[in-house]
Design a protein around this ligand. Structure first.
Ligand code: HEM
Length: 177
């Protein structure tokens, strides 16, 4: 069946089938086929992996902030772990966000007016990217022996991602507005 035929049967949102492009405010439906679900599955997989990095990186900072000034080997080992984790998290973030953009702009889910949940989600996504940038700066501080924060501060800092993660998941699943 053609995209026009599917649209005629009421299957809105078939943006990858429909030459007229994404439909504003589409939700998942049969016309999107299984490709939409595959993209969404891998969006969730890469989001989970990215956030695993965002949960663990500040834990390394907690340990770095507790290292005794004369424990050079321990400090270097933790710094190496933090650098590798930060770089890997960056790659995971790019893939996760790219897949999210495909769902949004490619399939048209959450696109356009009347999708407050998506707009709120995008604000929180920007906040999460900002958090990752803060992690990069704190890492540079540790590398330059210029850290100004206590391990308690990093424990609280660590909780920010939990709140961001919970809020974003509620927005995409419950879609409260
Ligand atoms: C550029 C950033 C992002 C865009 C454009 C985006 C877009 C989307 C879209 C359009 C959907 C499909 C919603 C549906 O099928 O109802 C989705 C699903 C989802 N997104 Fe994102 N997303 C982004 C980032 C994130 C982030 C940072 C998280 C972190 C928690 C996240 C978590 C999820 C989850 C858990 C789902 C599955 C929801 C469900 O199936 O009910 N996304 N995303």
């Amino acid at each position: 069946m053609t995209a026009a035929g599917l649209a005629g049967l009421g299957f809105a949102g078939a943006s990858f089938l429909d030459p007229s492009g994404p439909r504003a405010g589409a939700t998942h439906n049969a016309a999107m086929g299984s490709s939409y679900l595959w993209v969404k599955a891998f969006h969730i997989v890469f989001i989970a992996a990215w956030f695993a990095g965002l949960f663990y990186l500040p834990r390394i900072f907690v340990n770095l902030a507790m290292v005794a000034p004369d424990s050079h080997a321990e400090r270097e080992r933790l710094l190496l772990m933090a650098r590798k984790l930060y770089r890997f998290s960056n790659i995971l973030m790019v893939v996760a966000l790219a897949l999210g953009l495909v769902l949004w702009l490619g399939y048209g889910v959450g696109l356009g007016a009347g999708n407050g949940w998506m707009h709120a989600k995008l604000v929180l996504v920007l906040a999460t990217i900002g958090y990752q940038e803060l992690c990069r700066r704190r890492l540079r501080d540790f590398e330059g022996m210029a850290n100004r924060h206590s391990h308690r501060w990093y424990r609280v800092f660590n909780e920010v991602t939990v709140l961001l993660f919970a809020a974003i998941v509620v927005l995409v699943v419950v879609k409260p507005f």
